[in-house]
Design a protein around this ligand. Structure first.
Ligand SMILES: [Zn+2]
Length: 297
């Protein structure tokens, strides 16, 4: 269930994205495309990455994202195949990721079952919230020609509909907004994320057999970046948990409330101090992890 605060954050984020996406488009570097396997590509543009799977007459893409980016994605796919995009997979429900589908009226749109209650909250500024054709609860396999594309739900992470996309034949995994490359997520963005859930998901998929690991806001495809971020969440969890445990051991169950204000600023993880945003974001990450441990959200 989405909390009121989470809803408000989602609304503000979406409004911010709608207002700034045009400006972003002007500043963004040229799109980057990488072939990862036979018929499998990773295309990054405007700060968002899309997995593209082409096999036979089928074409699957992950999140066109918005109305400016969707035509660029369509044009990129046209360089790979004469066939139109037939499947669109959403990695989670956040409004800045789910737009642009109206350009592909014949494509089947997939989103985790938790998407729709959140899309139902959308109002006028978010008129590109998609019509979802297919939902899944725990697992779904989509055949794209001969290529199997799996959708896994491992619990909430970035949003309540966090979807892990996995190609078992090609050993490629994609998550969105779950981690970055040698960077902490900026402090302004941490509130809308389940940190204990993110920790669980990153640790789970780190164990999978992987040639490539993709995350939507980075062009990196290196599984080691995923493993480094799983370790970061483990180290952050341990540091925060130990302080909460110590307070509880010394003062009883209500003593943890006494450290709410002081704990975030006291967490130091020096091994990550060279990651971007460390100085400005580590206290926010610690605070978010603290509440995620309190509330499991
Ligand atoms: Zn997100």
């Amino acid at each position: 269930m989405m909390s009121k605060g989470l809803r408000r954050t989602a609304t503000l984020l979406a409004a911010a994205c709608a207002a700034t996406v045009g400006a972003y488009a002007q500043q963004m570097p040229a799109p980057v495309a990488n072939q990862l396997a036979d018929g499998v590509y990773y295309w990054s543009a405007m700060g968002y990455g899309s997995l593209v799977v082409v096999s036979g007459q089928d074409v699957l893409v992950t999140e066109p994202a918005n109305d400016l980016r969707a035509p660029m994605l369509r044009d990129y796919v046209a360089t790979l195949t004469d066939h139109p995009i037939s499947h669109i997979v959403m990695t989670h429900e956040h409004y800045d990721h789910v737009g642009g589908t109206s350009l592909f009226p014949d494509a089947t749109v997939y989103c985790h079952v938790n998407c729709q209650p959140i899309f139902d909250l959308a109002d006028a500024p978010f008129d590109d919230v998609p019509e979802v054709d297919e939902t899944f609860t725990d697992f779904m396999r989509i055949m794209v020609g001969d290529t199997a594309v799996e959708l896994h739900y491992l619990g909430p992470g970035d949003g309540d509909a966090t979807t892990v996309v996995y190609l078992p034949g090609e050993k490629i995994v994609l998550t969105s907004d779950m981690y970055e490359d040698q960077a902490l997520t900026g402090a302004a963005w941490v509130d809308d994320k389940n940190y204990t859930g993110t920790r669980k998901i990153l640790n789970t998929i780190s164990e999978w057999d992987l040639e490539h690991a993709l995350t939507a806001h980075s062009v990196s495809t290196d599984p080691q970046v995923l493993r480094d971020n799983a370790q970061y969440y483990n180290d952050l969890y341990e540091a925060v948990f130990q302080q909460l445990k110590q307070a509880r051991d010394e003062g009883g169950p209500f003593a943890v409330f006494g450290v709410i204000d002081s704990l975030p600023g006291s967490i130091q993880l020096d091994q990550y101090s060279d990651w971007a945003n460390y100085d400005t974001a580590i206290a926010s990450h610690a605070r978010r992890m603290m509440f995620s441990i309190f509330h499991a959200d």
